[in-house]
Design a protein around this ligand. Sequence first.
Ligand SMILES: C[S@@+](CC[C@H](N)C(=O)[O-])C[C@H]1O[C@@H](n2cnc3c(N)ncnc32)[C@H](O)[C@@H]1O
Length: 208
Amino acid sequence: MSFTSFFSKQARKPEGFFGRFVMKLIFDRGNTFLNNFVEELLEVQTDDRIFELGSGTGKLISQLAPNIDGGYIEAIDFSAPMVAIARKRNNQNIARGKVKIVEGNFDELPHKKACFTKACSVNTLYFWSKPEQTALKLAEILKPGGSLVLAFEDFAQLKQRKLDQDVFNFYSTYETEDLLRDAGFSQEVTVVSRKKGSAVFHCIVATK
Ligand SMILES: C[S@@+](CC[C@H](N)C(=O)[O-])C[C@H]1O[C@@H](n2cnc3c(N)ncnc32)[C@H](O)[C@@H]1O
């Protein structure tokens, strides 16, 4: 297996020693900007019930949890090392029942209809194997009027990087907006883009 393929697979689902140590460092350092961007757009209210798809090292959860009082955060990730790191990082809020981190595949999550007021996902869109199904499920778990913040790197920029295109799928903001509208985010779908140096990142804020 080439390093490009190995690295792309680790980015999709971190595993083993490389996942636990190297990908943790890469996610914690490399994704801070996007996590902060999402935190800002989520406009967390103390009683929000928030769902995160692909929580990685659990950094975003640890940023959001202090703003919650009476609300709840639930996250899912199918990487065992990431779940272990995220649970350790958020152990006090897990013990208090404020945070729950589930190990599993979001696409196989038993139906949780209209339980959450907000949902978010950072850097997972590229790995959605059935994007229509995943987008539909994100809409289903939200209460009417609930909103999703979906964050990802610009696709033209990603295409220039050495990434395995069998692992990474690239979507434009237009394609992603359409995907979310078709999934039932019928009230408002807005793209907010921001630059960090020469890198461009997008967040789509979509309301059900
Ligand atoms: C590139 S990492 C991003 C992690 C984190 N959101 C961040 O930005 O630092 C993608 C994460 O999503 C998880 N993931 C991808 N697809 C998933 C799925 N269908 N269900 C659960 N977790 C998934 C991976 O295990 C990985 O931890």
